[in-house]
Design a protein around this ligand. Structure first.
Ligand SMILES: [Zn+2]
Length: 366
């Protein structure tokens, strides 16, 4: 710490904060500097867009409207089809708004933001998991992108190593395990069962550890009071769906949410797989352009978002148009193909990183 820094705690804190950012996050900052140097007018795009909040009741009405239609049919197959093709897409769209509010791009002030988040909880029924996402997305992913030890989006390397070890020993059996996992993830709440059983299976089958207990991802957390408030809203949502619309409506919603969060969340998983290679320090992030952004509040403009974190969703295409020399890293593969490649490889790593290549002796015994 030099004398200037020591004499100015605020400056010192800022420098420490800057030093704490990952190489990939610094690369985004560098791209931001280049874009602003050539196009200083881009600064006019900064700011929030409170009109975005109007989309929340629209999504809620459509989602519950589909739930009411499903209730009228009272058919298991139709409920699954509606959950798979409509429900999870509506939840994906609401997820795009959760991302927007996480960055305070809808409302800056605390209470309007809180009401907006609670409205989204009515759509999602996430039992406060949206808050966990908001905290991890800001304090872990954006700041430490590509750093296995700090970016929560990287899969646990021991879980990955155990799966690879099993696949190397029993490639045919692994294919069957993949099918069983996919079948479980097709069921309502199936991902919860799968996430509970799969680690136990790989640990028992390989004798390898499945959790990197030394990895302590630094992330801020919601308070207990906040969690309870959101859990209460989720309970209310489930009660309203169950008692006032009916059990099929309740099943449709929870089936859609289960599909979205699990391996059968084709578009959600495909989008995640398309965004970051994990170990690419020159082009850390790619964008997906096209009509899919009409439904997902431009979350496909992911490079633009990482470079200009304080530009709202509706202005992201302007960045691409004004600074094409910076925003020239498009993902050319659609989300469905990304998902299929991941599944066909028996769940390949969603992000590459150097920790996955550490010698096997660094993997602790089980
Ligand atoms: Zn973000």
């Amino acid at each position: 710490m030099n004398e200037t820094t020591f004499g100015n705690p605020r400056l010192g804190a800022q420098r420490m904060k800057r030093a704490a950012r990952s190489v990939q996050s610094e690369q985004h900052a560098k791209m931001r500097g280049q874009a602003l140097a050539r196009h200083p007018e881009l600064i006019l795009l900064f700011g929030n867009n409170p009109w975005t909040a109007l989309a929340i009741p629209v999504l809620l009405v459509i989602h519950w409207g589909v739930a009411a239609l499903v209730q009228n049919q009272a058919n298991l197959l139709l409920t699954f089809v509606a959950a798979f093709f409509l429900g999870q897409l509506l939840i994906h769209a609401a997820g795009g708004l959760v991302h927007e509010t996480a960055h305070r791009m809808i409302f800056r002030a605390q209470w309007p933001k809180r009401l907006c988040d609670l409205g989204l909880e009515m759509v999602l029924g996430s039992f406060s998991k949206q808050l966990t996402y908001q905290h991890e997305h800001l304090s872990s992913h954006h700041r430490h992108q590509g750093d296995y030890q700090r970016d929560y989006e990287h899969e646990d390397r021991f879980a990955l190593a155990a799966r690879h070890a099993y696949k190397n020993q029993h490639p045919f059996r692994q294919r069957l395990v993949t099918l069983v996992i996919l079948a479980l993830h097709c069921l309502p709440f199936g991902f919860v069962v799968s996430d509970c059983l799969a680690p136990r299976f790989y640990r028992a089958a390989t004798g390898l550890p499945v959790k990197d207990t030394d990895r302590l991802i630094p992330s801020s957390h919601p308070t207990t009071h906040e969690r309870l408030m959101f859990i209460a809203v989720s309970l209310l949502t489930n009660v309203l769906l169950f008692w006032f619309i009916g059990i099929w409506a309740w099943l449709y919603h929870n089936w859609a949410l289960s599909l979205f969060l699990g391996k059968m969340g084709v578009m959600n998983l495909g989008q995640s797989l398309s965004e970051h290679d994990g170990d690419n320090e020159t082009v850390p992030t790619r964008s997906t352009y096209g009509p899919i952004n009409w439904f997902l509040f431009n979350t496909g403009y992911h490079l633009e978002h990482h470079v200009f974190i304080n530009v709202p969703w509706n202005q992201l295409p302007v960045l691409t148009r004004v600074a094409p020399e910076v925003f020239c890293h498009a993902n050319k593969i659609n989300y469905v193909r990304h998902w299929w490649a991941h599944v066909a490889a028996d769940f390949s790593a969603s992000r590459k990183n150097s920790w996955q290549n550490k010698p096997s002796e660094t993997v602790k015994p089980g």
